[in-house]
Design a protein around this ligand. Structure first.
Ligand SMILES: Cc1cc2nc3c(=O)[nH]c(=O)nc-3n(C[C@H](O)[C@H](O)[C@H](O)COP(=O)(O)OP(=O)(O)OC[C@H]3O[C@@H](n4cnc5c(N)ncnc54)[C@H](O)[C@@H]3O)c2cc1C
Length: 427
């Protein structure tokens, strides 16, 4: 049986405590509603910096913030750690694996996205995606364990123990490849003086004709050059056809001996989107109306990566980005507050602050509104400022600033350790 919504105040049930879910809850602070925010984790994950955890630059707490802590000053928000198993719109209730069902007056679906391996043979078993804190820790541990194994048995170097293939030339692939290259040259080469670190290969494989497809040509060329300068081998017009524990086969037939494959190539909406009972868009995303409600159901708001959101100003479908998720979540929260007060909802317009990616220390690219581009140190500083602003608390910003400043001054990555008992790396 579902726990009934309060009879006095409407219940807003928010599924997912990512950028979109937290944004929605925050904007309901002054509304006469009870908010229940449910996430399978007890923390909010800052996905854009997962690669920094995976490469030992940042500690986990800097990118994973306790959800309950975010709402200490918002008494109408109740956080529950539970895993959603089904959405029953006909009865306005949501089911959970580990908690009684909850009914709702308004529902915010902010369950995010997950990796899409596009059916590549062996990817599910052997690839390392980078979507969760567990993914980042698993990748870090796996890489460090491969170096330790090669240090004990140098024959493993020839077998590809130190080699990494990164799939996907979008921001995730570019940032991961650049960060791994710096981890290798600045840290692991010194940690393992007996290993031929210079022979370790980091290969970035992109099926399209250029890296960072959404950027202008000068940015794409700068990115490829900056990666190559850091020792990354960039392969364009090439894709991965199968993955084994120690071998990666490309569509051209080339086989790369590599014990590590990082998957940054694609995503699809959370699998629960298919239970919402509407026709899904590309990537299984749920189409949102201009006010971000579900067309035909004004009590439901799909937002963030799980949603197919069209910008009312440009009429373009918005990309799956943290800034889009945060703004859309906030807008959904504001519209629910309007509805509760008997007012009409307003259409959503995205404020584009630009798209950015970092390649390494002092090297980043940015494409701002109006097509203006930045690269190098200025883009790196802009990237730092934008990401600090997106972090969920002042404490997280302070932690990130400390880690970045320390790394910039010393090239040190103090989090490059494996703690026994945490999820072991895949081999
Ligand atoms: C490696 C990487 C780098 C990125 N870099 C950038 C960047 O530089 N700039 C940028 O703007 N964007 C970036 N993004 C994209 C950005 O992180 C996402 O667009 C954003 O996180 C989407 O927010 P969301 O709230 O929709 O989903 P999420 O942040 O994914 O939140 C979804 C929440 O739902 C929870 N959840 C999922 N399933 C269940 C369930 N069954 N039950 C309960 N809870 C559940 C999850 O635990 C999670 O907390 C990056 C993404 C990745 C993966």
């Amino acid at each position: 049986m579902a726990e009934a919504a309060s009879t006095s105040r409407p219940r807003v049930l928010i599924l997912g405590g990512g950028f979109a879910g937290v944004g929605a809850a925050t904007k309901l602070a002054d509304a006469p509603v009870d908010v229940v925010l449910v996430d399978t984790n007890d923390y909010h994950t800052f996905q854009p910096l997962l690669y920094q955890v995976a490469t030992g630059l940042m500690e986990t707490p800097a990118i994973a913030h306790p959800l309950r802590d975010l709402f200490h000053d918002q008494p109408n928000v109740h956080v529950r750690q539970a895993t959603v198993s089904g959405i029953d719109r006909a009865n306005r209730r949501v089911e959970f694996q580990d908690m009684d069902a909850l009914s709702y007056d308004y529902l915010v679906i902010a369950l995010g996205a997950r990796v899409n391996f596009f059916g590549v043979d062996g990817a599910d078993e052997h690839a390392h995606p980078l979507y969760t804190v567990e993914d980042a820790m698993r990748l870090k541990e796996h890489v460090l364990r491969r170096w330790e194994a090669a240090d004990r048995d140098p024959a493993l170097v020839e077998d590809g123990a130190l080699n990494v293939v990164v799939v996907g030339g979008g921001p995730t692939g570019v940032e991961s490849a650049g960060a791994l290259a710096e981890l290798y040259t600045s840290n692991l080469a010194k940690d393992y003086p007996d290993l031929p670190a210079a022979d370790a290969r980091i290969t970035l494989v992109e099926a399209g004709p250029a890296l960072l497809a959404m950027f202008k040509t000068d940015i794409q060329e700068y990115t490829a050059r900056a990666l190559e300068k850091r020792g990354v081998e960039v392969m364009l017009g090439e894709s991965v056809s199968s993955i084994e524990p120690t071998r990666v086969t490309l569509s051209s037939g080339e086989v790369i001996p590599a014990h590590t494959l990082v998957w940054g190539a694609g995503l699809q909406a959370n699998e629960l989107a298919s239970g919402v009972g509407v026709e899904l868009q590309r990537g299984n995303r749920i189409a949102a109306a201009p006010d971000l409600s579900l067309p035909g159901d004004p009590h439901v708001f799909p937002v963030g990566d799980v949603a197919w959101i069209t910008d009312t100003k440009t009429k373009k479908v918005l990309p799956q980005l943290g800034s889009v998720a945060l703004q859309a979540g906030e807008h959904a929260g504001e519209n629910i507050a309007r509805l509760v007060q008997g007012k009409a909802t307003e259409p959503f317009a995205y404020h584009d602050k630009g798209t950015m990616a970092t390649i390494g220390r002092g090297a980043a690219v940015a494409q701002l509104k109006g097509g203006h581009t930045m690269k190098g140190k200025s883009a790196f500083l802009a990237w730092g400022a934008v990401h600090l602003a997106l972090l969920s608390s002042g404490e997280d910003r302070a932690k990130a600033l400390t880690d970045w400043t320390w790394a910039a001054l010393t090239h040190e990555r103090s989090a490059r350790i494996v703690v026994r008992g945490t999820p072991a790396g895949r081999v």
